[in-house]
Design a binder for this molecule. Sequence first.
Ligand code: NI
Length: 156
Amino acid sequence: MALRTIREIGDEVLTKTAKEVEGMTPRTKKLIADMLDTMYEAEGVGLAAPQVGILKRIVTIDVGDGPIVLINPVIQETGGEQTGPEGCLSVPGKQGIVTRPNEVTVKALDENMEEQVITGTELLARAICHECDHLDGKLYVELVEGELTDVTDEEE
Ligand code: NI
């Protein structure tokens, strides 16, 4: 198990556009394994490679149904709307209300560079949108309706 340092808001790497992954390498495999370890250790539901300082289009997500790895994800379809609290491991201790699609279909490669299409609703849809935004250098704080608020222990 190897943990990577999670970059926090204010770090320039979080504002940059990540590059497509062109082929699986031992280095990229290790990055994905480390991202999963780092995400679980931080008790997050998602992590994007730029959050650990690597500008590659890789996302890990687990909303409680097991790990999902999305490489070069492209959102293909969205539907509906959900409005609710959202947080980010790069903005520790804070949350804000964000409106996202309630259903999202994403096409991506998996760890074997095989194409996969995943449709998620509710929290998974929110996580897919949030993590894909990281790959384009966008943080959820730009989308917050109202103010960022402190997360209390109870709400975590
Ligand atoms: Ni985030």
